[in-house]
Design a protein around this ligand. Structure first.
Ligand SMILES: Cc1cc2nc3c(=O)[nH]c(=O)nc-3n(C[C@H](O)[C@H](O)[C@H](O)COP(=O)(O)O)c2cc1C
Length: 172
């Protein structure tokens, strides 16, 4: 099996879950990334910002909205510089105001995806993939895309099998 990579962004702390604000010890996208890693043995790279987002849900939504409006590209703690050796790249992150958090694009736009297959998953709380599919061809220059997967955040703990089957199909 050719080597694959999971690039993910996830935020723990307070979040909106099935109509209530709850505290997540581990973010939903982080769990999805783990399921993929377990299913296909991928390498994993976590996207981390220099400036952390607020732990408070409402304050984080304000930050995310402002960054979305200004099309910001927040600085990351470290950047993956090359996809050499990988055939399939899984991108995983939450739906924030309709698209991935801006730091996901800070990372994706630096990479050359020529010849790579990108399969992406979005964790959400009702909006599904939202506008993520529209953003991906511009962010992953040269990539071919597999079937995307939307996972409801509040259902992540029950979604391991679905995610594993999706990931295995992507690399088959
Ligand atoms: C800043 C922010 C904005 C969000 N915007 C949306 C949204 O527009 N649509 C939606 O369905 N869920 C939205 N959510 C909910 C998250 O997508 C959902 O809780 C997801 O599972 C979080 O993944 P994570 O724990 O890996 O960060 C938002 C959450 C945050 C923190």
């Amino acid at each position: 099996m050719a080597k694959s990579l999971v690039l993910f962004y996830s935020r723990k702390g307070t979040n909106y879950v099935s109509g209530e604000i709850k505290t997540l010890e581990k973010g939903n996208a982080a769990r999805i990334a783990e399921y993929i890693q377990k299913a296909v043995g991928a390498d994993v790279f976590e996207i981390k910002t220099v400036e952390p987002y607020s732990d408070d849900y409402a304050a984080c939504v304000e930050q995310a909205r402002a960054e979305f409006k200004s099309n910001a590209r927040p600085e990351l703690k470290s950047y993956l510089e090359s996809l050499d050796g990988y055939e399939t790249v899984f991108v995983v992150g939450p739906n924030w105001c309709g698209v991935y958090p801006m730091p996901v694009y800070s990372q994706l736009e630096r990479l050359d995806f020529s010849g790579k297959m990108v399969c992406y998953a979005v964790s959400h709380e009702g909006s599904g993939l939202g506008g993520v599919p529209q953003t991906m061809p511009g962010a992953c220059k040269g990539a071919a895309f597999g079937e995307p997967l939307a996972v409801r955040g509040s259902n992540t703990e029950n979604a391991e099998q679905t995610v594993a089957e999706w990931a295995k199909k992507a690399v088959a």
